[in-house]
Ligand binder design. Sequence first.
Ligand code: NAP
Length: 377
Amino acid sequence: MSALPDTMQAWVVREERHGDPITAMQLETVRVPRPGVGEVIVRVKAAGVNYNHIWACRGKPVKISGLHPDEPLHIGGSDASGVVAAVGSGVKYWKVGDEVITHPNQSCGQCAACNGLEPLSCLQQKAWGFETSWGSFGQYTRVQAQQLLPKPKNLGWDEAACFGLKLFTAYRMLFVSCDIKPDDRVLVWGASGGLGSYAIQLCRAVNATPICVVSSPEKEAYCRALGAEHFIHRTDFPYLSTPATSAAPTEEMRQFRRKLRELTGGEDPEIVFEHVGAATFPTSVFVARRLGKIVICGATTGCDLHFDARYLWMHQKQIVGSHGCNQHDATRAANLVTKGVIKPTLSRTFAFADAAVAHQQLLEDRSSLGSFAIMVD
Ligand SMILES: NC(=O)c1ccc[n+]([C@@H]2O[C@H](COP(=O)([O-])OP(=O)(O)OC[C@H]3O[C@@H](n4cnc5c(N)ncnc54)[C@H](OP(=O)(O)O)[C@@H]3O)[C@@H](O)[C@H]2O)c1
């Protein structure tokens, strides 16, 4: 084990200052964690910015402070690149000095779910850096050894840190939860955002067709550069800007479906890639193809979802929840980056001192594209 310092700088959220990131996140001097059995301490070089930390800062819709009562501070951050600084007992595949990236899924590693079924169904399953503390917004982070993957050698630290949670989640949504096939049509909401920009590339990697929902010509141009050809501008459909209060198909929803069918030659999408939630969900269920899947991993505009159940059962559609990734999904997806099939969509790198500003910008500036990273070291 290399010598770890006693203290470090970290961006900490505490329950008494829950609110927007700019006030909730404060730079503090805290102790450096030590590795437990099967754990690794990583010296963080760069951290990825994800929407989950906005929720952590606000303490809603999930209050994270109560989730790890043994550690009354919350250091968020669910993506990291860095160098192994210390390994706990029982760690087999990593040593001090290895250059690594992380995936965010933690599980117990000992139960039947972890050893045969699916680690994501482990009762101890947690999203690291969200439901746990000691995430990547500190100079050192503590992870389970199984969370580590080799850093793609072709990437800088910030590029290597920016994609994990988003790419791995998008990979699982499309490849594991939906078994995407060549020629599938995929309606991608928020196509220029973090998840969407990887969904486009994953669709193109298997010759599926993404139909991208965007909100500006700049976002369309950005998605075109990633390989997309079909676009719907959500500004042409103002009803999509606010959470839906009714489930039954409206004339606006039918107009949206007509536009979609114009682009696909009359075919409905086999897959709807959902993470926007309340504003788009009734439309997602309505427009999916018969026997199609609506795969959802988030709800940026709200978790109170409405849909007209007739269109679900009579057309035999499926709503599939998908959350993060397991180690196998992450490894497969990261290999696509190493091979150059998927390009990290890093759009801006912030200094460590600007970590709160980066999150505030993610929250307020809807013109941002792709992914942000923060240089920690
Ligand atoms: N469960 C998981 O494992 C997991 C993993 C990653 C992310 N997530 C969740 O997934 C969501 C998206 O994450 P992200 O990293 O992609 O966020 P992001 O980079 O902020 O992108 C979100 C996109 O949503 C679109 N959007 C916002 N309001 C909309 C509306 N009313 N109608 C249609 N589109 C709208 C925006 O696109 P336009 O403004 O251009 O339309 C934006 O590009 C977040 O809620 C996040 O917490 C979950």
